[in-house]
Design a protein around this ligand. Structure first.
Ligand SMILES: *Cc1c(COP(=O)(O)O)cnc(C)c1O
Length: 328
């Protein structure tokens, strides 16, 4: 039995678990999907699972305002803004990038939720993020608030509990469907989802290989990041795991032109899945990962695979700002 720390109830769980019938027939292997795009509407996607633990910790520490960070179209920032609005916490977002255009997608949703938003040019943000977060915290403290800083993607020793809990849910899904999947696949961006899934499989002794398809940074980066999150989890909660032997599998061959920039094959994959199964992926995360998975299967590099589980981590608001990428 895993003993979980305090958590809030924010996500609509358990999320559905389904076989993609037509995709499976076409690829000649069973592809299942964990519908974490359905954890909610405004509070949708994978970040909600992590925020259940992260925000519980912030509230337990007596904090009344949350600061977090990400790109202009960050799903994590949007989910945080809505969770804060639901909990009566003040939310401040430090965002990477500037735009002259009217707010779209997640950025528009952030505004709608009343988040305090500060944007910085990408280079300045990359060089100074810790300082920018600290300055925002100091400002809120001067105003008499008690701020809590959530790192990018809520990926840290606390946030990863969300995907340890998701593995518990998945193991029930597997039992119910009488399957014993060889692979669990997810998009990996700040590493916390992969860290939680990998650790969860280890704790529950599931003989399943977790593969993270990188959407930015390379394999070495995620090898370090996933292990760093797990080490922090060990320090905070005192569990005993050999981090060095933890199997961290990263595929960085499908990043394409860069973070939040996708090739036409990704847009074609999104359109294909929408009409084949009625499920919408996004061009920043899930579309890239699903395209990568299909390519790996088609090229025979996953020949050992029997049942494959794709974790749909959400991202639908990221589709709208990139609609020009679709050709129809
Ligand atoms: C953040 C995000 C991911 C990546 O999860 P990490 O835990 O940051 O690696 C994948 N898909 C979507 C839609 C996301 O918003």
């Amino acid at each position: 039995m895993i003993s979980f720390p305090e958590r809030l109830n924010l996500a609509q769980t358990p999320t559905p678990f389904q076989l993609l019938e037509r995709v499976s027939r076409e690829l000649k292997v069973n592809v299942w999907m964990k519908r974490d795009d359905l954890t909610g509407i405004t509070l949708s996607g994978n970040k909600v699972r992590k925020l259940e633990f992260t925000l519980a910790k912030a509230i337990a520490e007596g904090c009344d305002s949350i600061i977090t960070c990400g790109g202009l179209q960050s799903n994590h920032c949007r989910a945080t803004a809505y969770a804060c609005a639901q909990l009566g916490l003040k939310c401040s977002l430090v965002l990477r990038g500037t735009t002259d255009e009217a707010a779209e997608g997640n950025l528009f949703m952030d505004q709608l939720a009343g988040a305090n938003i500060t944007t910085y040019a990408a280079g300045h943000y990359a060089r100074n993020l810790p300082q920018l977060l600290r300055e925002k915290a100091e400002q809120l403290t001067r105003e008499g608030m008690k701020p809590y800083i959530i790192p990018t993607g809520a990926s840290d020793g606390t946030g990863i509990w969300g995907y340890i809990a998701a593995v518990q849910e998945l193991s029930e899904d597997f039992k119910r469907n009488k399957i014993d999947p060889t692979h669990i696949v997810c998009a990996t961006g700040s590493g916390g989802t992969q860290a939680g899934l990998t650790l969860g499989c280890e704790l529950m002794a599931l003989d399943t290989s977790v593969i993270g398809f990188a959407v930015c940074d390379d394999e070495a980066y995620f090898q370090n990041k996933v292990r760093a999150d797990v080490r922090q989890w060990i320090d905070l909660y005192g569990h005993c795991i050999d981090v060095d032997t933890l199997p961290v599998v990263v595929n960085d061959n499908y990043i394409g032109p860069g973070y939040a920039r996708a090739d036409s094959c990704v847009f074609e994959t999104i359109a294909w899945l929408a009409k084949t199964e009625g499920i919408v992926l996004d061009p920043v995360y899930t579309g890239k990962a699903f395209y990568g998975l299909i390519e790996e299967i088609r090229s025979g590099r996953m020949s050992r695979a029997k049942d494959i589980v794709f974790v749909h981590t959400g991202g639908i608001f990221g589709v709208f700002p990139q609609r020009s990428g679709f050709s129809f």
